[in-house]
Ligand binder design. Structure first.
Ligand code: FDA
Length: 308
């Protein structure tokens, strides 16, 4: 109930005004979103690289209904990619893109505009010598996003995508995307989805995650294990051993600000560890999904509102 209320607020902008301009609540946002500029992002990449970790960068913005705003987002990604290249950090960071930030929801030709815009970002990533991964949003966009993925992979075979274990369809999507050259970031899923398309109970989502992971690990692609869940991490390691994967044949991924000590521990043990770093001004939807994932985050946030 609380989770779905928060996820509804994430889409409506309800709590945004309470947080903006309030230094205490802002500090809670900063735990998950470490900055607004490319320079802030570069500083985080350098710090994490110093600890043996790589990064995927999300220039925040989603649900864009304005073509100019979508074009601004593309410019911001291209600028970030050229900054990465100039700073010699393209080997340490790639970018993650939400298609709704680059036009997928536009009323006319949204999917075509998102594909063209994503292509521009992929060209800049290719010039910089790094990769792009497509984030996955709510289930109404899954087919369109996978369609953009297959179009992009004709010219940029290294483009990856996120699959969400809470969707009933995802085991089949994992089978379809377990082939050579494919990069799949497997997560549990962060949106409010109906029972007709998604598992609702945590244990069902966890079981689906393991089934999906088994398929990806047994395949010949590159699995990206995006979870903070200690059980999923230990099962991933076990499956990697069983399927003969070396440490460089898959990677762990976590969100910036969540279980940072575990991130450092996994990297120090010689595992590939990539941190998803979101930056920019449009932090609201991303931040609300992080609150919805964990009641303790909400309590922390509520205390900062009350004490302000
Ligand atoms: P689970 O939610 O079961 O949590 C396991 C444990 O992790 C918790 O007990 C707690 O210790 C810790 N934890 C989890 N979330 C926390 C939080 N917010 N704050 C503090 N601790 C927390 N989703 C999506 O729908 N589309 C996408 O494109 C992506 N992309 C993505 C990229 C990467 C790199 C990651 C790691 C995650 C995503 N997600 C996502 C989010 C994902 O779907 C999911 O909501 C979160 O990762 C939480 O699920 P866990 O697997 O961590 O397990």
């Amino acid at each position: 109930m609380l989770r779905s209320t928060l996820l509804a607020a994430a889409r409506s902008g309800g709590v945004k005004r309470m947080v903006e301009g309030n230094p205490l609540t802002r500090s809670v946002v900063d735990r998950f979103v470490p900055g607004t500029t490319p320079q802030d992002a570069l500083a985080v990449i350098r710090e994490l690289a110093g600890r043996g970790m790589s990064v995927t960068l999300d220039h925040l913005g989603e649900d864009t209904t304005d073509a100019d705003q979508a074009a601004d987002t593309v410019r911001a990604y291209r600028l970030m990619l050229s900054e990465l290249d100039s700073a010699g950090l393209a080997g340490n960071a790639e970018v993650s893109v939400k298609l709704s930030a680059v036009g997928q929801q536009l009323p006319h030709d949204g999917n075509k505009i998102a594909l063209d815009n994503a292509r521009l970002i992929c060209e800049a990533a290719a010039d910089a010598g790094t990769t792009v991964t497509l984030d996955m949003e709510d289930h109404t966009t899954t087919d369109a996003t996978l369609d953009v993925l297959s179009n992009l992979r004709v010219d940029f075979p290294w483009v990856g995508a996120v699959l969400q274990a809470y969707l009933h369809r995802t085991e089949q999507d994992c089978r379809d995307l377990a082939g050579a050259g494919s990069r799949v970031r497997l997560c549990k899923g962060a949106y409010s989805e109906p029972a007709s398309v998604a598992f609702q109970a945590k244990h069902e989502v966890d079981r689906s995650y393991v089934r999906c992971l088994r398929t990806l690990m047994a395949g010949s692609g590159y699995p990206m294990v995006a979870s903070h869940d200690p059980r999923m991490i230990s099962i991933a390691r076990q499956l990697a051993t069983e399927t003969g994967r070396a440490a460089e044949d898959y990677e762990f991924q976590m969100l910036y600000g969540i279980r940072p000590a575990e991130q450092r521990r996994l990297a120090a043990e010689g595992n590939r560890m990539r941190v998803y770093v979101a930056y920019g001004d449009e932090w609201y939807g991303y931040f609300m999904r992080r609150l919805a994932e964990r009641p303790a985050n909400l309590a922390f946030f509520a205390r900062s509102l009350l004490s302000s």
